[in-house]
Design a protein around this ligand. Structure first.
Ligand code: SAM
Length: 257
C-alpha cells in the first residue's frame, strides 16, 4: 500500500515552526492523523465536519462544523457552517492551516468566508500541487495583497516577509519529503516525475549555516555594545573623569595657545 497523503507532512511542520513560536495557537481546517503531530507542539483548534474524525486526536479542541452549501464565484461549494465557526473560534490564534474539507472543490469556501478569520497571521495551505488548492492559495494571496511562498506541495501566505534562513529550512525538509515520494503519485500532479535539476541540499545547508553565523556575529556585537555602555555608565569611569578634568582643561588651554 502506498503512503497516505491525508496527514500534513514534516515539511508543513517545519514551515509552522518557522512561522510561529512553540506553544502558539493554530486553527486547523480539516483534522486527521496529522493533528496529533500539531498538538505535541501547539494548541490546536480543529474545524471538522466529519464525526468520524472528531475527537480522533485527544489533545485538540474540536469545532464540529457540518458542511453547508455556499455560493462562491457563481459556484455552489460545500464548506463548514460559517455560523458555527463564528461562534466557536478562539479569540486569539496565531496561524491558520487549510487542509479541509475533503473533496475536490470545497476549500474555496474559505475565500467566501475570509471575514470570519483573523487575517493578520500566517496562512498555510496544504496540497497546493492540486489545481483547486493552488487556486485557493493564489486567490488568498491576491485578496490579502501578500506574497505567496509556494513549495512543491503546499504554500504559505504571511504578513511577515520570510527571510533566507526560513525559506531554506522549509525547502530543505520539503525536498527531503519529495525524495521519498513515488513516481505514480508525482506523475498524477506533474507532467513528469523526473527532475531536471538535482536537489541541492548543500546550497540550502550553506544558507542556513551562513545565516546562523550572521546571527551569532550580531549577538556578539550587541553584547560588546552593551559592555561598552555599561563601562561608560560606570561609577569608576565617571569618577576618573572628574579627577582628571582639571588636567583635561589645562591640556585644552595649552593646545589653544
Ligand atoms: C486532508 S484531510 C485533513 C488532514 C489533517 N489536517 C491531518 O493533518 O491529518 C481532509 C479531511 O479528510 C478527512 N480525513 C482525515 N484523515 C483522513 C484519512 N486518513 N483518510 C480519509 N479521510 C481523512 C477529515 O474529514 C479531514 O477533514
Amino acid at each position: 500500500m502506498g503512503k497516505s497523503h491525508f496527514p500534513i507532512d514534516l515539511a508543513i511542520m517545519s514551515a509552522i515552526r518557522q512561522l510561529v513560536k512553540p506553544g502558539s495557537t493554530i486553527v486547523e481546517l480539516g483534522s486527521g492523523n496529522g493533528t496529533n503531530r500539531l498538538t505535541k507542539e501547539f494548541t490546536v483548534y480543529s474545524i471538522e465536519d466529519n464525526l468520524n474524525w472528531i475527537g480522533y486526536c485527544e489533545d485538540s479542541n474540536y469545532i464540529h462544523a457540518p458542511l453547508v452549501k455556499l455560493d462562491y464565484d457563481e459556484e455552489i461549494v460545500e464548506w463548514y457552517n460559517p455560523d458555527i465557526i463564528k461562534e466557536n473560534l478562539p479569540e486569539n490564534y496565531d496561524l491558520i492551516l487549510i487542509d479541509g474539507p475533503a473533496g475536490k472543490k470545497g476549500r474555496s469556501g474559505f475565500l467566501a468566508n475570509l471575514d470570519l478569520f483573523n487575517l493578520n497571521i500566517p496562512i498555510v495551505i496544504d496540497d497546493t500541487l492540486r489545481e483547486h488548492e493552488c487556486n485557493v492559495a493564489r486567490e488568498t494571496a491576491f485578496l490579502l495583497n501578500r506574497p505567496m511562498y509556494m513549495f512543491w506541495n503546499f504554500s504559505i501566505i504571511t504578513p511577515e516577509i520570510l527571510n533566507r534562513e526560513q525559506i531554506a529550512r522549509i525547502q530543505k525538509v520539503a525536498l527531503e519529503i519529495l525524495d521519498g515520494e513515488e513516481e505514480p503519485y508525482l506523475s498524477s500532479y506533474f507532467s513528469s516525475a523526473k527532475e531536471k535539476v538535482a536537489k541541492n541540499f548543500t546550497t540550502l545547508e550553506g544558507v542556513i549555516k551562513e545565516e546562523q553565523e550572521k546571527k551569532l556575529e550580531y549577538s556578539r556585537l550587541k553584547a560588546s555594545q552593551r559592555k561598552l555602555k555599561s563601562i561608560e555608565n560606570s561609577f569608576s569611569l565617571k569618577l576618573g573623569r572628574i579627577i582628571t578634568s582639571p588636567i583635561t582643561i589645562l591640556l585644552k588651554l595649552i593646545r589653544r595657545n
